[in-house]
Design a protein around this ligand. Structure first.
Ligand SMILES: Cc1ncc(COP(=O)(O)O)c(C=O)c1O
Length: 348
């Protein structure tokens, strides 16, 4: 049986978190002399002289309306990269515990593990980019705290079979992190609705992709109240700055615009696939549930360099296990995709 008490680090369980001025007085007052801020203002049109809400209630309330999850089940990070790091710091004892990664996948899980001195057990995806369930079962030991699954997966673009993820959720006594950074582009439904079913589920999403807010650095983790409480204890007190909170709140009113872009991106993705198939240096294009496609080519390095010379940057993934020969191409605007396709016409 999963129990948070079996996986939380002892020092985190016993941690007294930092108590900020904004934690200690939460009401409205006319004179704030409690946080050593500059009482005169900011040398800007906008005023940022006050510390932001440490728990970002307004943004969470809006996200709660959109996602159908209570604010107490939402953690906000300075990008989902911060949420990933905080999961390591909360649940993995350096030099003792391990996590399971299923490459090829998003690179930050490995980097965060290395920073936190947490051992990584890699279980490669199968040839069709699905979970190797037997391999994962064999890799789990008593020190395995987290299994990271990215779905839709970066860099392969496909979604991971839902039944396999559910099997892991039902049988693994550590955390299953399902990273849904690209879920808005997917035909699959989110795992958020499974939160009431599985106490060991953490779903990551981000405002950096479909929402078009990569520069604001806001990532989300959805999980049980117990897990969210631990993450809030470990995070830096003011991890989401005031400007980001204000702008995110404003942006989250524009659901229609974002939905329009998603629709356009999917149409452009289909168009790219259709047109790229015609090039004889393209060997394969993997089915994508994301806003990018993985394209297997005869000559990835040469094509990459050719595109760079023309001012077009794609991602060379050809050195990554199971991605030999492949370039990862983000779906651009119609005009950008025109430029890409026209430029590739010139490639011999
Ligand atoms: C799968 C996946 N997760 C997380 C991230 C990072 O997101 P954020 O900008 O919220 O840190 C990325 C960014 O490329 C990603 O591909």
């Amino acid at each position: 049986m999963f129990s948070i008490n079996n996986i939380i680090r002892e020092n985190i369980k016993n941690l007294t978190p930092y108590s900020s001025a904004r934690d200690e007085f939460k009401g409205e007052a006319s004179v704030y002399l409690d946080a050593n801020e500059n009482a005169y203002g900011s040398p800007l049109e906008q005023q940022y002289n006050r510390y932001p809400d440490p728990l970002q209630y307004k943004v969470k309330k809006r996200l709660s309306d959109i996602k159908g999850v209570p604010p107490r089940n939402i953690f906000l990070g300075n990008g989902s990269d911060e949420a990933i790091d905080i999961l390591f710091r909360s649940f993995c004892n350096p030099g003792v515990d391990n996590v399971i990664l299923v490459p090829p996948t998003y690179g930050m899980y490995q980097v965060s593990a290395n920073i936190n001195d947490v051992y990584v057990k890699n279980v490669l995806l199968t040839e069709d980019y699905q979970l190797n369930m037997e391999g994962i079962a064999e890799a789990i030991d008593k020190h395995t705290k987290i299994i990271f699954i990215c779905s839709p997966n970066n860099p392969t673009g496909n979604s991971i079979n839902r039944d396999d993820i559910e099997t892991l959720l039902a049988n693994f006594n550590g955390l299953i992190v399902v990273d849904e950074a690209y879920i808005n582009f997917s035909r699959q439904k989110t795992f958020i609705q499974e939160l009431t079913e599985y106490a060991n589920l953490v779903v990551l999403q981000t405002l950096s992709k479909a929402w078009g807010l990569a520069g604001l650095r806001i990532g989300m983790a959805f999980a049980s109240e117990e897990i969210i409480e631990v993450m809030n204890k470990v995070k830096p007190p003011y991890n989401i700055n005031e400007a980001s909170q204000e702008l995110a709140l404003k942006a989250l009113q524009n659901v229609e615009q974002v939905n329009g872009w998603i629709k356009e991106t999917l149409a452009q993705r289909d168009r790219l696939v259709l047109n790229l198939k015609n090039f004889d240096f393209v060997l394969d294009i993997f089915p994508s549930d994301a806003n990018f496609i993985l394209v297997k080519t005869t000559d990835p390095k040469a094509i990459y360099n050719f595109l760079v010379e023309k001012g077009i940057i794609v991602r060379d993934r050809s050195k990554v296990d199971l991605c030999e020969g492949s370039l990862r191409i983000t779906v651009g605007t119609p005009a950008e995709n025109d430029i890409l396709l026209n430029t590739l016409q010139e490639y011999k």
